[in-house]
Design a protein around this ligand. Structure first.
Ligand code: CDP
Ligand code: MG
Length: 763
């Protein structure tokens, strides 16, 4: 039997793993080892004073965001490489060699599937070819969708550079809450989610002459939904062209789905890549990656080739970057007999993941003279972004995957093994410019025994509430008849519909309600939009607007390694003891009172960039509410009503104190703990009932961003799930007790809900 015990939340959604992430799971074991490893890094931090802090500092964002601003109005970047030189590079791309053939095929067909190696120029060139061929005449647009925000921004920047125009003019991008396009925009890069939302406003997408669905093989949820919508639209709009680009996998499926659409393969040259498997299962892939990267770096000439490391996410990436620096410094110190205090000079380590600011992301494309580049990336570097000059790939074998368990209604990001197709795609990155090597941090056995051939499309493993709400809004009433490339499992459709019904978005017949229509108009999860609507009726939408905006940005508290104590104290000063949501509101309000100052943020260990983004999101949501004539009103200093509205949005995610610092989820009985960073933690007695924003599955099931609630509110807003268990001794329950006394004795329990079956059978 294989040494590696596979954790398979998809095949077995109700396996012990999904219900109880820790028991016997190897991934968690690995992550735990990594904790130890991280602790080790911290130890050395102490030994070396602040120096290591500087080393680790690569990953730290500038607190004042100065870099970003610089880039926006700094054109010197483009001048580094001459325009002529860029054109030469352009013409050398494989896509350019087949330009006229490809354009002819597009003119002759409504749908074309374009297949090509990563880096052949599909993303950057196709839209330009179409523009040059007149597809943007008469004010029409060529739209290109990307599954990832990072890719949309980065590619738009590149194309603007190649065309010699300013980003946001002829070439722009649009991602949720950030629109960098103008009336002059002809080529528009966007996330697939943005195009999907555009279909709500303009069903026939009139302004587009052509849509390129890029990275279709990724099978993101929104891409899959767009496939169905566009399939219907194409028969109504014969003038609309659709181009689907894909790595080799899946291409046949796409052709078939669009009525045997022709395929065009961009010929490309790749070099052989030697795959090296780990002989034994590794216990900590971060540690192994660090060791492997250092081994390569120290044993081969620096300019001989760059290294690309695939990791699962931000946390692992940062640990890897810091670990490599640290290890190299150790080696160099031993060699010279002196402590090295600064960064090693012969290496440039570049992290890339979606939460990273755009300017830092851009660095992976910049040349690093006389240094070896080491890019540590999520699976974004699998196909979306091409880093030139990579000769060595190190693949940890895992990625973060969104997994939904319909039985318990749990949506979570989990670290899961990648598929064989992904593994091969990752290895292929080493053979772009010459023969290369791919080091797989897993055994050959586990490659064959434990990995799926292909990654399961997102639509088959994620909560579909949002998507179904959108489809209902688009008038797709019969979901079973909607053309899905791969239909989602019936059970997921049903639980998602049920969830929509519980928020009041659907009526008993599965039809969209007025509330549902309003919810669909917001680019937010239904529970957050509901919170906004409820707050408007309760006179505190000013406050809830802030809460929702703050929930939509990355972490606002800044915790630099070398100043943890100090920053923790700073955070505590913002705490509102009964609520993390209100703590966020408090941070924002104080920031506002301090004139949105970046200096103030630095002093208080807050991420200025995140707050700025929250402010921008707030501005947009505010405008949207105005447009919809939903009143925006403030409750002043009354924050209890704010908590009540928060409860309205989250009534389905409630938990009850069940022991010393332990909570039980009210609907599915999961045992939960409040995350140690919460304001509720250590603030005296823990509240009997809480609602939470998210669930983190690590070594413990932690709930994050938590608010204490009154069980009365839960009964009100969660009337569909909860009812009151009357105890015999509580005869006088409703009559004599004061509200305060009664609160303590209310015992909520889950109602076995019969109607669930009804609504589902009607579908
Ligand atoms: O989409 P595909 O993988 O076929 O290729 P692409 O993303 O269009 O990349 C074509 C070339 O442009 C590659 O050599 C990339 O390295 C380069 N590129 C770049 O230098 N900077 C970017 N921001 C994006 C691409
Ligand atoms: Mg591409």
């Amino acid at each position: 039997s294989s040494n590696r015990r596979i954790i398979d939340p998809i095949r077995n959604p109700d396996s012990e793993f999904s219900l109880n992430a820790k028991k016997g799971s190897r991934i968690v074991a690995e992550r735990r080892t990594r904790e130890v490893h991280k602790a080790k890094i911290e130890d050395t931090t102490d030994l070396r004073g602040t120096a290591i802090g500087e080393v680790i500092g690569v990953k730290e964002k500038p607190a004042d965001g100065s870099n970003i601003e610089q880039k926006d109005n700094d054109d010197s970047k483009g001048l580094e490489v001459s325009f002529e030189h860029i054109q030469e590079i352009r013409k050398s791309l494989p896509a350019y060699q087949v330009r006229s053939e490809l354009l002819q095929l597009i003119r002759d067909n409504q749908v074309v599937v374009v297949i090509g190696e990563t880096g052949s120029g599909k993303t950057t060139q196709l839209a330009q070819f179409l523009n040059e061929d007149g597809f943007c005449n008469n004010g029409r647009l060529v739209g290109c969708t990307q599954p990832r925000r990072v890719a949309a921004m980065s590619v738009a920047t590149r194309v603007a550079l190649e065309m010699g125009v300013k980003l946001g003019n002829e070439v722009g991008y649009s991602i949720r809450f950030e629109d960098k396009t103008s009336k002059d925009t002809r080529i528009k890069f966007m996330t697939d989610g943005i195009l999907l939302r555009e279909t709500l406003v303009s069903e026939s997408l009139d302004k587009y002459s052509c849509i390129i669905m890029d990275e279709a093989h990724e099978r993101s949820l929104n891409t899959d939904v767009l496939f169905g919508i566009l399939k219907n639209l194409l028969s109504k709009r014969r003038d609309l062209k659709l181009i689907i680009t894909s790595a080799t996998m899946n291409a046949n499926r796409f052709s078939q789905f669009f009525g045997a659409a022709p395929q065009f393969t961009i010929p490309g040259r790749t070099f052989p890549v030697q795959v090296v498997y780990s002989r034994h299962p590794v216990s900590d892939y971060v540690e192994s990656a660090i060791v492997q990267a250092c081994k390569i770096h120290l044993s081969t000439p620096i300019l001989n080739g760059d290294i690309l490391i695939f990791m699962t996410g931000q946390e692992d990436i940062e640990a890897t970057c810091a670990g490599i620096y640290e290890k190299l410094l150790d080696v160099y110190a031993k060699r010279t007999g002196r402590q090295q205090l600064s960064k090693p000079e012969d290496i440039e380590i570049l992290p890339i993941y979606s939460a990273l600011p755009a300017d830092v992301q851009g660095k992976i494309f910049e040349p690093a003279p006389n240094k070896r580049k080491v890019v540590v990336a999520t699976n974004i570097a699998e196909t979306s972004l091409t880093v030139e000059g990579v000769k060595y790939v190190i693949d940890c074998g895992y990625s973060k995957l969104k997994v939904y368990n319909p039985q318990i209604g749990l949506d979570s990001l989990q670290i899961a093994p990648i598929s064989m197709a992904s593994a091969n795609q990752r290895s292929g990155r080493a053979g772009r410019t010459g023969p290369g090597f791919a080091y797989r941090l897993y055994t050959e056995d586990s490659f064959f025994d434990d990995m799926y051939v292909q990654t399961i499309p997102e639509i088959q493993r994620t909560n579909l509430s949002n998507t179904l709400l959108l489809l209902k809004f688009l008038g797709v009433d019969d979901l079973m008849a909607f053309p899905f490339v791969d239909p989602p499992p019936e059970q997921i459709i049903m639980t998602s519909l049920f969830e929509l019904w519980t928020v009041g978005a659907l009526d008993n017949f599965g039809k969209l309600t007025e509330l549902g229509k309003q919810l669909a108009a917001f680019p937010l999860q239904p529970s957050l939009s509901k919170m906004l609507l409820v707050s408007s009726q309760n006179g505190c939408s000013e406050e809830i607007l802030t809460v929702v905006s703050m929930l939509s940005v990355p972490q606002v508290f800044y915790r630099p390694k070398e100043r943890e104590k100090e920053s923790d104290q700073a955070r505590t000063r913002f705490f509102v003891p009964e609520s993390d949501h209100l703590t966020l509101l408090n941070v924002y309000s104080q920031w506002k009172a301090n004139k949105y100052s970046s200096h103030w943020c630095r002093r208080n260990f807050l991420q200025f960039k995140s707050l700025q983004r929250a402010r921008e999101i707030r501005r947009q949501l505010y405008a949207l509410m105005n447009k919809k004539k939903i009143p925006v009103v403030s409750s002043g200093t009354d924050w209890d009503i704010v908590r009540k509205c928060i409860c309205a949005g989250y009534a389905h995610q409630a938990a009850k104190l069940s022991g010393l610092s332990r909570y039980t989820q009210l609907r599915n009985g999961l045992e939960l703990r409040i995350h140690p960073t919460s304001a509720l933690f250590g603030a005296g007695d823990l509240p009997s009932y809480v609602i939470y924003h998210e669930l983190l599955l690590t070594t413990n099931e932690y709930i994050n961003t938590v608010t204490a609630v009154d069980p009365d509110w839960l009964m009100n807003y969660g009337v569909l799930f909860y009812n009151v268990k009357r105890r015999v001794e509580d005869e006088d329950f409703y009559t004599e007790d004061t509200h305060e006394k009664r609160k303590d004795r209310i015992d909520l329990m889950i109602e076995q809900f019969e109607m669930k079956k009804n609504i589902i059978t009607r579908q």
